[in-house]
Design a protein around this ligand. Structure first.
Ligand SMILES: Nc1ncnc2c1ncn2[C@@H]1O[C@H](COP(=O)(O)OP(=O)(O)OP(=O)(O)O)[C@@H](O)[C@H]1O
Ligand SMILES: [Mg+2]
Length: 305
């Protein structure tokens, strides 16, 4: 199978509580007025790409536990190709409980690492693909030489680290970020990783460590910035009223990668991402609310320039 893009990273069953009046404190119970189960993690990037019309392969793992079964049926409902997903004959409960408020959220996640990482070199040989996305620091640890493997077969690579204090300071994660073509952190991830409060200093420091890459820094309602050795492009956010910001970053990644595999300019890739990221905040769950290619085209005209 020849894919436009491969997405490598754990998927999660997201249990999302919304319409919460307050934040829970120890010894108390709060009640959510709404609840949704959605697919999370790397599957949000795959779902976004799928909805846009790209051929996407998701490299992930499922077990035989109830949460994996729910995740599998959510993937099927979204029409996501499961050929590259290994289903283990043991429980692999990968789930996130999200308490979601209109402008921010808190998560509790359980991640179960499979005994063996995927063989990326073999997958890329068997499934030549234009692009490989490493979705989260969790996948980076199992893909330390991913950029080298991918570049040998002419595949470009992106990496979205996600938030984890230890991982963001880990030299191995820094190395993965340095070697990819597109490093895609959020503003807070980038600043934390570089130990800098000033964004420009963090951007310059991160770029100076990269072999030949571009930094795509996501900045929530402030939009996004693409930083290369010779230019910085800023794209303003699409004005929307967010309901649930879970997965906006992954939805952005999907739009950006869709632009890449369709040979769009760096600025247009950011614009595609900005539309997908913004629309993902208007529905509960990162994989819902993301647009089709036709819908992106309509929304692009509404993006402030
Ligand atoms: N409130 C918003 N209004 C408009 N656009 C938004 C909003 N939140 C996010 N976006 C769009 O989505 C992109 C990614 O969102 P964000 O910066 O929150 O990523 P993130 O911190 O990586 O998120 P996540 O925690 O989901 O990974 C932003 O760069 C922006 O273009
Ligand atoms: Mg993110």
């Amino acid at each position: 199978m020849r894919y436009d893009a491969l997405v490598y990273g754990p998927l999660f069953c997201d249990l999302i509580f919304t319409e919460l009046d307050e934040f829970p404190s120890l010894g108390t119970e709060i009640f959510a007025k709404e609840f949704t189960i959605a697919i999370g993690g790397s599957a949000i990037v795959a779902a976004g790409l799928q909805r846009l019309g790209a051929k996407v392969g998701l490299i992930a793992d499922l077990g035989n536990d109830p949460f994996s079964q729910v995740a599998a049926s959510l993937l099927d409902g979204l029409g996501i190709d499961r050929r590259l997903i290994r289903t283990h004959r043991q429980p692999l409960p990968q789930l996130t409980v999200a308490l979601s408020y209109p402008h921010d959220r808190a998560f509790i996640t359980r991640f179960e690492k499979p005994a063996q990482p995927h063989n990326l070199a073999a997958i890329l040989r068997e499934h030549p693909s234009k692009h490989l996305h490493i979705g989260s620091f969790l996948a980076a640890y199992d893909a330390l030489n991913a950029a080298q493997i991918a570049h040998e077969v002419g595949t470009t690579v992106s990496f979205d680290p996600g938030w984890d204090e230890a991982a963001l300071l880990d030299e191995q994660v820094h190395q993965v970020a340095a070697e990819v073509d597109y490093f895609m952190p959020s503003r807070s991830e980038l600043c934390y990783m570089m130990g800098e409060e000033d964004v420009q200093t963090a951007l310059d420091k991160a770029l100076s460590r990269m072999t030949n890459g571009t930094i795509i820094m996501k900045n929530s309602s402030q939009g996004v910035l693409a930083h290369t050795a010779d230019k910085t492009i800023t794209v303003t956010a699409l004005p929307v009223t967010p309901i649930d910001t879970t997965g906006a970053g992954d939805a952005f990644d999907a739009g950006f990668i869709y632009g890449l595999v369709n040979n769009h300019s760096l600025e247009d890739c950011c614009r595609y991402g900005a539309v997908c990221g913004a629309l993902a905040t208007t529905a509960v769950g990162g994989a819902t609310g993301t647009p089709t290619h036709e819908e992106v085209k309509t929304w692009l005209s509404k993006l402030p320039s």
